[in-house]
Design a protein around this ligand. Sequence first.
Ligand code: ATR
Length: 275
Amino acid sequence: MSDPVMVDHYAVLGNPINHSKSPLIHRLFAEQTEQDMTYSAICLPLDGFIVGLAELHAQGFKGMNVTVPFKFEAFAACEQVSERAQLAGAVNTLIRTDTGWRGDNTDGAGLVNDLTRLVGDLAGKRVLMLGAGGAASGVVKPLLDAKVDQLTIANRTAAKAADLAARAQHLRVNGCGYDVVPNQPYDIIINATAASLAGDLPPLKAGWFSDAHCLAYDMMYSKEPTVFMQAAQTFGAQQTADGLGMLVEQAAEAFYLWRGVRVRTAPVYHALLES
Ligand code: ATR
């Protein structure tokens, strides 16, 4: 038996948090790599994030994941943040320092790793991303670092897409409203809108999905294919996927930041599918 005093403690913070898969994912990672650690899910009051975070630091927690709605408050609460967190303006991973927390954002790396699993090298791919909110902003830089050929960001509020594209300061990125996205094929279409949550869809064009290798990827996940995945199939998308793989991959990146150990994600992904 391990000494409970020596065990390192981690948690995911959110509100609500009871359906989080993160405790199961990190338990499987810890078993696979024989790490002595605990990982719990903690629901903090909507107006109590900063106080709660300070208490967990005082209790000795080594690291945190942060989910909705606290990613922006977590960013503001950090002593230092990584470049990718800075560009996202949001933090999903906290690493303990003596006096506070260092912040990082592993969402984009998680998405890139999962897309790579599905279609191979992303270099040269034409990517269309739907949405320009928090979920979208975290993944722009990692997609560009993966050398996608072209990244078009389309959003209901066109100005937000244009703003996100401008922040990327990159020639291969542009932002616009849905109506002006040409009806032409893309290699990868990512749904980063919150529309799926309400069973809703952004206005899709059939031509976007007409490439013979088109992947339609929803950053949301659910037991059944999301409405976006269903619509993409109807439009002829060759392959569809939900965000479960991204969830596992972003967790693996956080685990690496905390423990310095790389995990094998495939068995954990398959265990989640079966759970
Ligand atoms: P998140 O952190 O999940 O990204 P967010 O920052 O509130 O949440 O962003 C939500 C995104 O989903 C935005 O891009 C939003 O479009 P607007 O910026 O125009 O609001 C998009 N969105 C939400 N509901 C939508 C819908 N029914 N149709 C199309 N886009 C929608």
